[in-house]
Design a protein around this ligand. Structure first.
Ligand SMILES: [Ca+2]
Length: 391
């Protein structure tokens, strides 16, 4: 993902926060919602037909397609043992196709988004989780140079602290999506990466569960992200991002670290723009970066009107909705979060969650206190499915 393209993509937000993880190739790879796909909510396919059949492709061809994948895997050096253990269970998953087809894409405001993904109870849960996991978080933090609250914030947003990870067989989901054909090369690559995970011995085929689009575990890593950023936090030789929080925290922190995280900086803060602010100055492009002191001299202040610190920290101004909406001063770490997920809304939610965990958050929703929780969060707001194709 080129950051220069962000300005174009920013306004279009998948309701649940489309997540895209960056593969080493520089391609963006989808990282889907930490959600079990609400199959009940997906419109039923025409009776007797699958959605692929409606599109003119016949699922009856799927077994032959899987054989092709198998040949490809062998050619890429995947061991026969791994192929035997993984291909035995591969099946066509029509609900994966339905989920893919039924992604809702909707333009919403930042405040609408934050109300949805960052309710007060979630911030409170984040504070509790931070406290109860502090030794493990601190270990990952020390090792990778990422403040613990950011690790917890990503954990919260991706899987609701590990509670919502998805239960699809990753091989079946990825093979089905590759077969669907719309992004065959992409999902084939992820499929092969999933095989390599098992082949490497870091995870068994039984562990390979994930969302309908193949995002796995508590950090919702696509297989390529697992290979690139997965880390063994507890030193047992496995990278278990499904059940082992040491590994989840290490992998999450390793991701941020490898993507350039600066341990001595935060993400940024909300600011107030002066009247007549030139909107063309706002954006995340390289040439829109200025030292914080520059922005301070431009008349940008903290939300309460007090002056910004006049420092040399590299900073950008962003106005996610438009210059009439809320404005934020963001640092390099904000762009690093956007490597994880290229939505500015998502990155802001991570920053605000991290602040909230430390008990220093500004109101999540502009102009008012965060909405009070009306009931116990026994049924957390399920994130809507993310669209892996349009993040
Ligand atoms: Ca481990």
């Amino acid at each position: 993902m080129k950051l220069s393209a962000l300005a174009v993509l920013t306004p279009l937000i998948i309701l649940s926060g489309c997540a895209a993880q960056k593969a080493t190739s520089g391609q963006t790879t989808p990282q889907t919602a930490a959600t079990t796909q609400p199959s009940a909510a997906a419109p039923a396919a025409t009776p007797g037909k699958t959605s692929l059949a409606e599109q003119g492709r016949d699922p009856a061809e799927f077994p032959a397609y899987v054989e092709k994948l198998k040949a490809q895997a062998l050619a890429q050096g995947i061991s026969q043992q791994t192929i035997d253990s993984t291909f035995a269970n591969i099946h066509f998953v029509d609900r994966v196709i339905n989920s893919d087809r039924n992604q809702l894409e909707k333009k919403i405001t930042l405040d609408d988004y934050l109300t949805r993904v960052l309710p007060e109870w979630k911030i409170k849960q984040g504070q509790t989780q931070y406290q109860s996991n502090l030794p493990a978080l601190q270990q990952a933090s020390d090792r990778y140079g990422v403040q613990p609250q950011y690790i917890v914030a990503l954990w919260a947003m991706e899987s609701s602290f590990g509670k919502i990870q998805g239960k699809e067989d990753v091989f079946s989901a990825l093979a089905t999506l590759a077969f669907e054909g719309r992004r065959e090369a992409f999902f084939t690559k992820e499929f092969m990466a999933a095989l390599k995970i098992v082949d490497s011995g870091h995870a068994t085929s039984d562990m390979m569960k994930g969302s309908w689009a193949g995002a796995m575990g508590q950090s919702q890593f696509m297989p390529t992200s697992y290979l690139n950023y997965g880390a063994d936090g507890n030193g047992d030789g496995k990278i278990d991002i499904w059940k082992n929080t040491d590994d989840v925290f290490a992998s999450t922190a390793n991701y941020l670290s490898k993507e350039g995280w600066k341990r001595d900086q935060g993400w940024g803060q909300e600011v107030k723009l002066p009247a007549g602010f030139d909107g063309s100055l706002a954006g995340l492009k390289n040439n829109q970066m200025h030292p914080a002191s520059y922005w301070q001299q431009m008349g940008i202040t903290q939300v309460d009107g007090s002056p910004l610190a006049s420092t040399a920290t590299r900073a950008w101004i962003i106005t996610p909705d438009d210059t009439q909406g809320r404005a934020f001063l963001v640092y390099d770490n904000f762009r690093t979060i956007m490597h994880w997920n290229r939505s500015t809304y998502f990155a802001l939610s991570i920053g605000m969650m991290a602040d909230g965990i430390m008990g220093s958050q500004a109101p999540v929703v502009s102009g008012e206190a965060a909405p009070a929780t009306t009931s116990a969060p026994s049924a957390p707001l399920a994130p809507a499915p993310r669209n892996p194709f349009s993040g």
